[in-house]
Design a protein around this ligand. Structure first.
Ligand code: NAD
Length: 256
C-alpha cells in the first residue's frame, strides 16, 4: 500500500473531494484525521469508514481552517491520536459566485479569503512546524482550482484566493525543501461535488462539456491523484501544480 504507516490530515474531509480522499488514503494504509467545520458530517464519515473496516484508523476534529488557533489544535489532535504527522491535504474551501458590482468586502471578500487562502496558509505553517519538530519528511498538498489559473465569471475573490494557493505552494516548497518537505497544488476543474450541485442542470451540463471528455470529474478520481502525490512514489513532484481538470485548461486554450 502506498501510504502504509503514514498519518494524514484532510481538511474539508466531510464532503466532496476531501470525503473521497479519506477513503483512498485509508485504503492505501494511512491513518486519517478528518478536519472539518461540519463536525457532524465528519463524524458520519468516521462511522461509514469504521463500518468499512477502518476502525481505529480514522478520527474527526472540528476545525475552522480560517482560525489559526483551530489549525494548531488540529495538528495537535492528529499527534494526540496517532503520534505523528506525515501528510496534510489543505482542501477545505468555499465557493465565490458574486458579481463585482454587488460585492461588499465584509460579506464577499474577507469570508472567502479567510477560508480559501488563510486556511491553506495556516495549514502549511502548522504542518511544516510539526514535520520539522519531528525531523521527518512531510508532504503538503493544497487544493487550488482552474480559477486560480484562468479568469472566471463572478470569481474575483475566489480566483485570487486560488491563485494565491499556487503562489503559497511554490514559495513554501522552495523554503521547506531543506527539511525534506514537499509542497504541491492540485487544480480541479469541474468535479461532481455539492459545490457543483448548487448550479442548475443546464449550467452543470455546460460545465461538463468544457472538460475534454465531456463529463464531470468524480471526486474519487481526484482522491486517487492526491493519494499518489502524498506517497513516496511522487517524490520527484514538488513546488508545482498538478492539474486534475480532465483537460479543461487545454480546452480553453485550444487553437482552431
Ligand atoms: P464541498 O463543499 O463538497 O466540500 C468542502 C468541505 O469543506 C465541506 O465539508 C465543508 O464543511 C468544509 N469547509 C468549509 N469551510 C470550512 C472551514 N472554514 N473550515 C473547515 N472546513 C470547511 O466542496 P468540494 O467541491 O469537495 O471542494 C473541495 C475543494 O476543491 C475546495 O477548496 C474547492 O474550492 C476546490 N475545488 C472544487 C471544484 C469542484 O468542481 N467541485 C473545482 C475546483 C476546486
Amino acid at each position: 500500500m502506498e501510504l502504509d504507516g503514514k498519518v494524514a490530515i484532510i481538511t474539508g474531509g466531510a464532503s466532496g473531494i476531501g470525503r473521497a480522499s479519506v477513503s483512498t488514503f485509508l485504503r492505501e494504509g494511512a491513518r486519517v484525521v478528518i478536519a472539518d467545520i461540519n463536525l457532524e458530517g465528519a463524524r458520519t464519515v468516521v462511522v461509514e469508514e469504521e463500518a468499512a473496516g477502518f476502525a481505529g484508523r480514522v478520527v474527526a476534529v472540528r476545525t475552522d481552517v480560517g482560525s489559526w488557533d483551530d489549525v494548531r489544535a488540529m495538528v495537535a489532535a492528529a499527534v494526540d491520536a496517532f503520534g505523528r504527522l506525515d501528510v496534510i491535504f489543505n482542501n477545505a474551501g468555499i465557493p465565490g459566485g458574486y458579481p463585482i458590482l454587488e460585492q461588499e468586502p465584509d460579506a464577499h471578500y474577507y469570508p472567502i479569503m479567510r477560508v480559501d487562502l488563510d486556511g491553506v496558509y495556516f495549514g502549511i505553517l502548522a504542518a511544516a512546524r510539526q514535520f520539522a519538530a519531528q525531523g521527518t519528511p512531510g508532504v503538503i498538498i493544497n487544493t487550488s482550482s482552474i480559477y486560480g489559473q484562468s479568469a472566471g465569471e463572478r470569481a474575483l475573490v475566489y480566483g485570487a484566493a486560488k491563485a494565491g494557493v499556487i503562489s503559497l505552494t511554490r514559495s513554501a516548497a522552495l523554503e521547506l525543501a531543506e527539511h525534506d518537505i514537499r509542497v504541491v497544488a492540485i487544480t480541479p476543474g469541474r468535479a461532481n461535488t455539492p459545490i457543483i450541485a448548487r448550479f442548475s442542470e443546464e449550467l452543470t451540463e455546460f460545465m461538463a462539456k468544457e472538460q475534454l471528455r465531456g463529463r464531470l470529474t468524480e471526486p474519487s478520481e481526484i482522491g486517487e491523484v492526491v493519494a499518489f502525490l502524498a506517497s513516496d512514489r511522487a517524490n520527484a513532484i514538488n513546488g508545482t501544480v498538478v492539474s486534475v481538470d480532465d483537460g479543461y485548461i487545454a480546452f480553453k486554450n485550444r487553437l482552431p
